[in-house]
Design a protein around this ligand. Structure first.
Ligand code: CP
Ligand code: NVA
Length: 317
């Protein structure tokens, strides 16, 4: 396994399956009231340059449940906010903590942090990718459908960071990914082309559609995300115009498999990318999805810290 998790493509299919299996054990144990202090004495620094509810609380809670400590660091509380270079912060953090989580704008910033840090860096969302989200979503799909291979996933909406991580996942796993994004809001072509190449080997399928109904036809999963991501608020009303017809609603669900599950990474804008009726309806698994961030991320932290075992950390009695 690589040192850092900056994108799904940093993981092999075997890495992903191992993380999902471990997440399953951790979830079952937690449900049974058992916590394993596998990260006793370990510390995670969490740098947030954008807001977060799920990522922040699930990582912090996960570290606590495993006996470690998570430091929730906003930009305003760090010298980076006053201009201290990121490489210096990376080197300093590497002397104190065992792992870094970063949520920021440019993917290059997360990559630079990883380059200068001697410890693992986990991408907690950039403008380009959201790998922890999609790893958790794979777990949720496995939990509900009892399989991942061949699952037909229709992604409807903005070709954004979450869509890019889905595309990467379909390059590594044997998913049947169908994307419908409005013209001008398609996913990055380079990311798409690379994943399509990889999918030839993995047995995955990635196809783009102009009409969401075609993408949703017979789908096991319909997935959507906000039309306007964090940091893209400028000209938002103008942007929304292009998304009419790309809403996940009961009409779209009729095209899918009768047992279709609806997923959304949240936060959602009811009445925009998804109707209230669907988000809160019987097909929706969005809150299971949100819960699973906790279990999967615990498995991610364990896997990446253990790989760097012996670096730091102390055993507390
Ligand atoms: N889905 C997700 O990453 O949520 P937050 O922005 O609340 O962390
Ligand atoms: N695409 C969304 C995901 C939020 C979890 C954003 O970047 O704002």
């Amino acid at each position: 396994m690589k040192k850092d998790l900056l994108a799904i493509l940093d993981l092999t299919k075997e890495d992903i399956l191992a993380i999902l299996n471990r997440a399953g054990e951790l979830k079952a144990d937690l449900r049974a009231g058992r916590c394993h202090l596998t990260l006793k004495g370990k510390t995670m620094a969490m740098i947030f340059k954008k807001p977060s509810t799920r990522t922040r609380v699930s990582f912090q809670t996960g570290m606590f449940q495993m006996g470690g400590l998570a430091l929730d660091l906003n930009m305003d509380s760090l010298q980076i906010g006053r201009g201290e270079p990121l490489p210096d912060t990376a080197r300093v953090f590497s002397r104190y903590v065992d792992i870094i989580l970063i949520r920021t704008f440019a993917q290059e910033e997360a990559e630079a942090l990883a380059r200068f840090a001697g410890i693992p860096v986990i991408n907690g969302l950039t403008d380009l990718f959201h790998p922890c989200q999609v790893l958790s979503d794979l777990f949720t799909i496995k939990e509900h459908l009892k399989k991942i291979g061949g699952v037909k996933i229709a992604y409807v909406g903005d070709g954004n960071n979450v869509a890019h991580s889905w595309i990467n996942a379909a390059g590594v796993m044997d998913l049947d990914l169908r994307l419908a994004c409005p013209e001008g809001f398609e996913p990055d072509k380079g990311i798409l082309d690379r994943a399509i190449d990889l999918a030839i080997k993995s047995g995955g399928r990635i196809k783009t559609f102009k009409d969401p109904k075609d993408a949703a036809f017979g789908a096991d999963i319909i997935y959507t995300d906000v039309w306007v991501s964090m940091g893209q608020e400028e000209g938002v009303e103008g942007k929304k115009r292009f998304f009419q017809g790309f809403q996940v609603n009961s009409g779209l669900l009729e095209k899918a498999d009768p047992h279709v599950k609806v997923m959304h990474c949240l936060p959602a804008h009811r009445g925009e990318e998804i109707t209230e009726e669907v988000l809160d309806g019987p097909h929706s698994i969005v809150f299971d999805q949100a819960e699973n961030r906790l279990h999967v991320q615990k498995a991610i932290i364990e896997a990446f810290i253990n790989k760097n075992e012996g670096k730091k950390g102390c055993q507390r009695d």
